[in-house]
Design a protein around this ligand. Sequence first.
Ligand code: SF4
Length: 96
Amino acid sequence: MTISQLPSVHDCSATGCSYNHDAGCHAGAITIGGAHAACGTFVQISFRAGIERTGVVGACHRTDCSHNAGLECGAASVQVGGKAGDPADCLTFTSA
Ligand code: SF4
């Protein structure tokens, strides 16, 4: 996989995140990990952040997901949103 093939964040419902603009992720790249496939890039700061393009999944620690290969995500794209009490989880997680 090359950097240009990293999956995009198709949509994100964590509108409280500083990287979220109009239900889209604008972080350069996010990292997924933790007990509930949590988005480790989620942050709530008093200003909007990020870049003028849709964020991608730069790394993922969920080796128990069927899309994961070598700690990278092989899904075509992912959806992020609240789940299991976390404000931002990868909703595309599929148990391997
Ligand atoms: S779909 Fe699976 S491998 Fe891709 S970011 Fe989500 S949890 Fe990680």
